[in-house]
Design a protein around this ligand. Structure first.
Ligand code: NAD
Length: 491
């Protein structure tokens, strides 16, 4: 059980201009554990004024950060990775308690975050630009990559250490100053992650952390002192952020709705393994989860049986208890959405083959949710149409590949898909035709190695731009062209 929970609540301040501070208004909010309901910490609740102070501080630090050499910034990235690794257990424990995921998953996420900082430190050293052949022999044209200046980073609660680390590592690597606003329900672990940056010696006023909700986020995005925005969150808020940010460079990583496609020639054991992992790890609160499983009807029964077995093997429990494989959902909003989607599917004719009880009693909070498998999910049900974000594996039978592609591509989302087949050329053709940013072949939709370009398909509601390795490093920079008149060659 939690030492944090058993002792007194943590008090954590915001970090603005190199100092840990309270909100100007003195307002506070509590971070409660979805696992126990206990108050883990009391945090300052920022207003627009605090966000403005953070933006101003970042603005003062931006030139200094940009002025560090690439190798100095790379060393800082490795220093942050070292600090995260040193504090890996402590971070994982708090992440688990505050977010709700099992300790083993939290431990993996923290390790992943350290790797992101190491990768950014290496990728930035290999970032090269071009000399462009000129039409005029008296000119030389070259491009350089420069930081944006001040970047607003706004992140969600489902991977509260891993997702921010993408933006923070790339920003540090290229020399942006940052104002970061984590989701309110995972603000405590955010403060611990920021401490790792400070321990590594990053310029203290260059990395600012503010807590709060929409008011703070809106101020950050629209403030003229912010030059670019990195946002991960829901499609609805992402659309609002895009409007507020107007013409600023934007990286938007938004919702997803799968699907996972299982063809009749697939290795079914592998397919069931990947689909179940995508549906149930992190209690299904993954933008890349197996939100919909489109199965060739010839193998549908076998897949459903396999998923039922997987759901039955899950051990729901306190995230810090050894043996727990699924913890509670993070908050009431997400639990209510899962309730709504399940009720809607059943009303429209879906058949529940595993679960059916919804929230499970006997735990300290109402956020523990039974894993569900549903078969014969109708196309007009919310499970197929919308993102559910819970421990649900909805199966939809399809007659053939064309039907699977039509259903997959008719969705408004287009983030990460997966296809299972033993026919390589079929896999490739499906991958080319799926309207999503990432296609995993014979691998779970939820798989991502952190350096693969990752983001939404054009014209869909899943976002704009790409995270991942060199892609996010480039996204955190702007390209400048320098044209030099060198004359006619007379020395
Ligand atoms: P959310 O959109 O509710 O909140 C995300 C962040 O935006 C939070 O920090 C929130 O406080 C802030 N925010 C809220 N209103 C705002 C506003 N008006 N202006 C600026 N900021 C505002 O999302 P969530 O519930 O925290 O996260 C779940 C969502 O995130 C899901 O839809 C999921 O698919 C998506 N997600 C996407 C990816 C990806 O890489 N594409 C990864 C993880 C999660």
């Amino acid at each position: 059980m939690s030492e944090i929970g058993q002792t007194q609540a943590l008090r954590t301040q915001m970090h603005i201009g190199g100092r840990w501070v309270d909100a100007g208004s003195g307002a506070t909010f509590e971070s409660t554990s979805p696992a126990t309901g206990e108050v883990l910490g009391v945090l300052p609740e920022a207003g627009a004024e605090d966000a403005r102070a953070a933006v101003a501080a970042a603005g003062r630090a931006a030139e200094r950060l940009a002025g560090l050499s690439t190798y100095d910034r790379a060393r800082l990235c490795h220093g942050v990775a070292d600090a995260i690794e040193r504090r890996r257990e402590e971070l994982a424990r708090l992440l688990s308690l505050e977010q709700g995921k099992p300790y083993a998953e939290a431990f993996g996420e923290v390790g992943f975050a350290a790797e992101l900082f190491r990768n950014a430190g290496e990728d930035v050293k290999r970032l090269e630009t071009r000399i462009i052949p000129s039409a005029d022999p008296r000119k030389r044209i070259l491009t350089i990559r420069q930081p944006h200046g001040v970047v607003a980073v706004i992140t969600p609660w489902n991977y509260p250490v891993g997702i921010p680390s993408q933006y923070l590592s790339a920003s540090l690597a290229v020399g942006n100053a940052v104002v970061w606003k984590p989701a309110p329900t995972t603000s405590l672990v955010a403060a611990r992650l920021l401490e790792c940056l400070l321990e590594a010696g990053v310029p203290e006023d260059g990395f600012n952390l503010v807590f709060g909700g929409a008011e703070v986020g809106e101020e950050m995005v629209s403030n003229p002192g912010v030059h670019a925005v990195g946002f991960t969150g829901s499609a609805a808020v992402g659309a609002a952020v895009a409007r507020q940010a107007a013409a600023k460079p934007l990286l938007l990583e938004l919702g997803g709705n799968g699907p996972t496609i299982i063809l009749d020639d697939a290795d079914l054991e592998l397919a069931v393994e990947g689909a179940a992992w995508g549906a149930f790890s992190n209690a299904g609160q993954i933008c890349q989860s197996s939100e919909r499983i489109l199965v060739d009807s010839r193998v549908q029964d076998a897949v459903v049986e396999g998923l039922v077995r997987k759901a039955g093997a899950i051990r729901l429990g306190h995230p810090l208890d050894e043996g727990t494989t699924m913890g509670p959902l993070n908050n009431e909003g997400v639990a209510a959405k899962v309730d709504e989607h399940l009720a809607d599917a059943v009303e429209k004719g879906a058949v529940i083959v595993a679960g059916g009880g919804g929230r499970v009693g006997g735990f300290p909070t109402r956020l523990y949710y039974e894993p569900h498998v549903l078969d014969q999910v109708p196309l007009h049900s919310l499970l197929n149409v919308d993102e559910t974000f819970g421990p649900v594996a909805p199966v939809i039978g399809v007659a053939d590949l064309d039907e699977a592609l039509a259903i997959a591509n008719s969705n408004r989302f287009g983030l990460a898909c997966s296809v299972y087949t033993s026919n390589l050329s079929r896999a490739f053709r499906v991958a080319e035709r799926l309207q999503c940013g990432v296609v995993n072949v014979n691998e779970s939709a939820a798989y991502w190695d952190g350096r693969t370009p990752f983001g939404g398909y054009s014209g869909k509601a899943s976002g704009v731009g790409r995270l991942g390795g060199v892609a996010v490093i480039e996204a955190m920079t702007q390209l400048k062209s320098i044209v030099m008149h060198v004359g006619d060659g007379v020395l």
